[in-house]
Design a protein around this ligand. Sequence first.
Ligand SMILES: [Zn+2]
Length: 264
Amino acid sequence: MPQVVCYPPDVLPALDPVALEAARAARTKVVEVLVPPREARAFEVPAGRFFRIVSVEGPQVGDLNLHHAHDLTERFFSGKTRALHGTHLSTGDRMWSTLPHLRSLATVTDDTLDWYGYDADGGGVHDVIGTRCDPYTQHLLGGDHYHHCCHSNLTRALAEHAGRPERDVELLVHDVLNVFMCTGFTLDTHQYFMKASPVRPGDHLEFVADVDLVGVLSACPGGDCGDEHSSDVAACHPLLVEVFDGPPPEGWTPSERSAYEWPA
Ligand SMILES: [Zn+2]
């Protein structure tokens, strides 16, 4: 039987590369946030502005959460993004928000790891198929209490940003974009696998914010995620978040909440 793509995204508008380049030329970097290894930090990006996640010092994977700045409960919807754009994101793909909003929170505008594509094992970079390393699964499988999983780091950083207790904001932490991580499903058993990330210092993933954003980025305790995660064993490095000021790309418009209406 023929395969039918469930959600062909071809009808969605694309950003013009010439407009993107012109906007890059007119922008100024205004904020740098250095995310320490095995920690997370929050940052804000106004709608229409660029931000980048940059590899510095050594190969490192980042777990990214995005929230609408004016309603933290509207957050990145990994599952629907996967259904629309595939298992791994790259230039032109969007990070969609949870129902009932379902709007683009950010658009990927540049990816220096585009060249990787998909390898012979089916592995690719920047996945939306994993969740985030978390202490509950670690305890389930390992019996230990590790406190610097990405879930824990994201919770602490969001709590600090929002000025609320960690227990309050933990339910707002959500499945991530695994920035720079190289992952796939094994060809025989279809299990989630990881392998050492090809990211090197100087590589970046760039976005335009489509709404006012709060981002939270964790420098995963797995480092390049070539061996183990959820421990202090792997070599870990910081990640740099850069936020730019300047005019939005020509043709860019703020992302609107879904216009779907329930029956009266
Ligand atoms: Zn992690």
